[in-house]
Design a protein around this ligand. Structure first.
Ligand SMILES: Nc1nc2c(ncn2[C@@H]2O[C@H](COP(=O)(O)OP(=O)(O)O)[C@@H](O)[C@H]2O)c(=O)[nH]1
Ligand SMILES: [Mg+2]
Length: 202
């Protein structure tokens, strides 16, 4: 059995549902192992990826410090994938996704300089009131280098696991094929003694 460790970021404006998403995804096994004073919540989820492979996901959720963008370089360190989330009933939260994506592209690069894979999640699709059309999201997603986008509702448990699974799939296809050992010093987060969050693979 191989275990892969992946650090995933959840970013977006405040109130779009990031913490709810993490809580829902991690569900009964919610494991609040670390909480930084700057306000980053950290949760872990173990995913059975295949008969031979497990994926340990470290989910990093900015908790209430969304505007504290100068901290993001530290927060992004070692991340291999990202969910950029907005609230489909809030056009300002949608517009912010461009800034979040730009920030990620500047600061969260793969060792080869490519941007990390990002999925755009349009949360709260249970709400009748929509501020952004599917066409607009679709165009925006393509223009800004997201590999795909999805509607989701944390409230109704729609597309939560699917979005994560799609992201993990993309991480594997971009970085490495499952069943291969991780490249040296590459995809997996390095030990980060500053925050004591690094875990080595396997
Ligand atoms: N209607 C609806 N409300 C949601 C959904 N997800 C989160 N919320 C609500 O949105 C608010 C903000 O959620 P929170 O997870 O704290 O957002 P964060 O600031 O991005 O972490 C809370 O009142 C949640 O209950 C959803 O899918 N649908
Ligand atoms: Mg939050």
């Amino acid at each position: 059995m191989t275990e892969h460790l992946l650090k995933i970021l959840i970013v977006g404006d405040g109130n779009v549902g990031k913490s709810s998403f993490v809580n829902r995804y991690v569900s009964g096994q919610f494991n609040r192992t670390y909480k930084m004073t700057v306000g980053v919540d950290f949760a872990v989820k173990l995913l059975n990826w295949s008969d031979e492979e497990k994926v340990r996901l470290q989910l990093w959720d900015i908790a209430g410090q969304e505007r504290f963008i100068s901290m993001t370089r530290i927060y992004y360190k070692g991340a291999v994938g990202c969910i950029v989330m907005f609230d489909i009933s809030s056009s300002s939260s949608f517009l912010s996704c461009r800034l979040w994506k730009q920030d990620l592209d500047h600061k969260a690069m793969l060792p080869n300089g490519d941007p990390i894979p990002c999925i755009l999640v349009a949360n709260k699709c249970d709400l009748a009131e929509r501020a952004v059309s599917a066409d607009t999201i679709d165009r925006f997603s393509r223009d800004n280098g997201f590999f795909t986008w999805m509607e989701a509702s944390v409230k109704e448990n729609k597309n939560i696991g699917e979005a994560m699974r799609r992201l993990v799939q993309e991480i594997f296809s971009v970085h490495l094929k499952p069943s291969q050992p991780p490249p040296e010093g590459s995809v997996f987060p390095q030990q980060d003694s500053e925050f004591n969050t690094g875990r080595s693979c396997c």
